[in-house]
Design a binder for this molecule. Structure first.
Ligand code: GLU
Length: 304
């Protein structure tokens, strides 16, 4: 991305952030009965379904990132997160007619939080992989990212071949961690808990590069224009909504919500709002991939 483009993104994002209200809902879909507490039309589900249980509770707890603009981030001085993942969480909650409660889920907590019931869903820039799918369930893909390298301006690192002996930051429990081991085994790895830590280490020169999803790294560029993406796309990373293992009713419901926002154009609006208007790039549209296509991109390494 050119400097001018980066600045346009920064200014535009800050403007959007300044102007935005709290969470933005979405679901316009009207089905059968009643009006939820928040004024939206809520769907009716079989009494023994996961969705009916959530309606009974009146809320859904969703794990999102708190330090990853533009997907899940909290503005300084605020408590509530916002971003692409947060908007999608609000759309799902609206369709159920319940309140969305967001909790921070860093990469390594995502599966444990789903397994121990801390959250009902994960919407945390989570790539669908076969290993993860052995422990939880996924929706169909709702976003397609690509991993790249981020370096400080003037770095002599131009791609994977330059990483031998260099220190590269990755986040524990992320695909970046495993991709780095596989693709640049001679790099020194600095593994941290959160993306904001990699960002700081890169800024203060404690690491030479960071590997992660392009949208996450671009979120760091908008905070520090001296960082830049280098090299080609290293992987394709389809994001899925993380669902507790075996909740097929929830999986079908969320796949239906995703189909609706693909068909209505609402997904494209979300893409433009959080990504497209800043990068100027057309989306790699997730409707082109099925869940199986996504799983085929990350065959099993650990759990089979
Ligand atoms: N999408 C990758 C993953 O799920 C990297 C981003 C993240 O750690 O949240 O591991």
């Amino acid at each position: 991305m050119q400097n001018a483009q980066r600045w346009r993104w920064l200014i535009a994002l800050l403007t959007v952030v300044a102007l935005m209200g709290a969470a933005c809902g979405g679901g316009e879909e009207e089905t059968d009965t009643g009006t939820g507490d928040n004024g939206t039309q809520e769907e009716e589900f079989p009494a023994d379904s996961t969705m009916a249980a959530l309606q009974e509770e009146g809320s859904i707890t969703i794990g999102v990132k708190f330090d990853v603009p533009p997907f899940g981030f909290v503005r300084p001085g605020e408590d509530e997160p916002q971003g692409f993942d947060v908007d999608l969480g609000n759309i799902i909650a609206d369709r159920l007619g319940v309140e969305a409660e967001f909790v921070e889920a860093i990469s390594d907590n995502r599966i444990p939080f789903l397994k121990d019931g801390t959250v009902d869903l994960i919407l945390s820039t989570m790539t669908i992989t076969t290993d993860r799918d052995a422990e939880i369930d996924f929706s169909r893909p709702y976003f397609i990212a690509h991993q790249r390298l981020l370096v400080p301006e003037g770095s002599d690192i131009k791609g994977l071949d330059d990483l031998a002996g260099k220190t590269v930051c990755t986040v524990l429990g992320s695909t970046g961690e495993s991709n780095l081991k596989e693709k640049a085994p001679d790099a020194k790895r600095r593994t941290v808990d959160a993306y904001s830590e990699c960002f700081e280490l890169l800024q203060n020169g404690a690491v030479d590069a960071e590997i992660s999803d392009d949208v996450i790294l671009t979120g760091q560029i908008i905070q520090d224009d001296s960082l830049q993406l280098v090299g080609p796309e290293l992987t394709t990373e389809p994001y899925g909504v993380g669902i507790p293992d075996g909740q097929t009713d929830m999986q079908e419901f969320i796949d239906g919500v995703l189909q609706d926002i693909f068909d209505s154009g609402e997904w494209d609006e979300m893409y433009d709002e959080w990504v497209g208007q800043y990068t100027g790039q057309e989306p790699d549209h997730p409707s082109r991939l099925t869940l199986q296509d996504a799983l085929d991109l990350f065959p099993c390494v650990e759990f089979c």
